[in-house]
Design a protein around this ligand. Structure first.
Ligand SMILES: NC(=O)c1ccc[n+]([C@@H]2O[C@H](COP(=O)([O-])OP(=O)(O)OC[C@H]3O[C@@H](n4cnc5c(N)ncnc54)[C@H](O)[C@@H]3O)[C@@H](O)[C@H]2O)c1
Length: 282
């Protein structure tokens, strides 16, 4: 099937960025969230990004109008009846994910693939809420989705080869390099490998071994990382990270449980860059 319109469900840090990446690469986008103000905010951020492109002479005013004109805002999942492909990017909560997949299954044409941007959760479990598990796959972007070049494409137990191929085609048209995750396991590849590093960084801080500033500096300068673990956590969103760790803990064991310092920040509403405060102030 030719995909020209992508439905993006969830207009937060990731969904908003995925909508940008899709529209910038020629797709029409239907962007949906629970409240209009969330979608409006995502579109405002997109306009600001395009204005910067105009200022840097990378885009004309006319081109901006074309790109932004590709995005339609809605708060009705039923509007995804016009979508050829869906990327779900709502909060990292398995109950909410399964509820939205049941709603997407009803709203979307039967030939439409439903992809999830979950960072950690089981594709098979999410797909079980639909009548088309063979057409559900993981399509995991990295933050920020307009800049990070790789996506993880994950098979659920029932995902068909043709679904995997079509998901890769769409991601490649969005300018992404696809890596395939052959088994549906928590955290897939990158988060499975990187999360223990984050947890160890939090532990080194909690044990009073070093300040978060020095831990970030050590990791950036010693290993040429573009960003330190505390800075990255603030980018990810501390609520999203906390939810992911709780899921890892339930699936992989207690060594993955969220540290007290992280839980305290989440309770205090310090959710990271998206609210202007997390491990650091912005
Ligand atoms: N933040 C990251 O670095 C990152 C990276 C890759 C993947 N992810 C994954 O992307 C997903 C979204 O994360 P985020 O960082 O954008 O979170 P976020 O909190 O910034 O955004 C989540 C959005 O989902 C919306 N939402 C909640 N319930 C909804 C529903 N029923 N219908 C429609 N919208 C709903 C919220 O209103 C919010 O706007 C999660 O699964 C997360 O694990 C996050």
């Amino acid at each position: 099937m030719v995909v020209s319109t992508i439905g993006v469900l969830g207009a937060g840090a990731m969904g908003g960025g995925i909508a940008q990446a899709a529209a910038l690469n020629g797709f029409n986008v239907i962007l949906c969230d629970v409240e209009k103000r969330f979608v409006d905010d995502a579109i405002k951020k997109f306009e600001a990004h395009l204005d910067k492109c105009i200022k840097n002479e990378k885009m004309t005013i006319a081109e901006k109008a074309v790109v932004i004109g590709r995005v339609t805002a809605t708060i009705q999942v039923a509007d995804f009846s016009a979508a050829d492909f869906v990327i779900e990017s709502v909060v990292e909560d398995i109950t909410i994910k399964k509820n939205v997949f049941a709603a997407l299954d009803k709203a979307c044409r039967p030939d439409v693939i439903l992809a999830t941007n979950t960072s950690s959760m089981s594709i098979t479990d999410i797909a079980s809420a639909t009548t088309r598990p063979e057409m559900v796959a993981g399509l995991h972007f990295f933050i920020p989705p307009t800049i990070m070049d790789v996506v993880e494409v994950t098979r659920g137990y029932y995902t068909s080869d043709s679904t995997v191929q079509q998901v890769k085609n769409v991601a490649e048209q969005m300018g992404k390099k696809c890596v395939e995750v052959k088994k549906d396991t928590p955290g897939f590849i990158a988060n499975r490998i990187y999360t223990p590093l984050l947890l160890e960084a939090f532990k080194v801080y909690e044990e009073g071994i070093a300040s978060k500033e020095d831990i970030d500096a050590a990791m950036k300068l010693a290993y040429k990382l573009p960003i330190g673990p505390f800075e990255l956590a603030d980018y990810i969103g501390l609520d999203t990270l906390n939810n992911g760790l709780k899921y890892f803990q339930s699936e992989l064991g207690p060594q993955w449980s969220p540290p007290q310092t992280l839980k305290r920040l989440v309770k205090a509403g310090r959710l990271g860059r998206k609210v202007g405060k997390g491990w650091y102030d912005y």
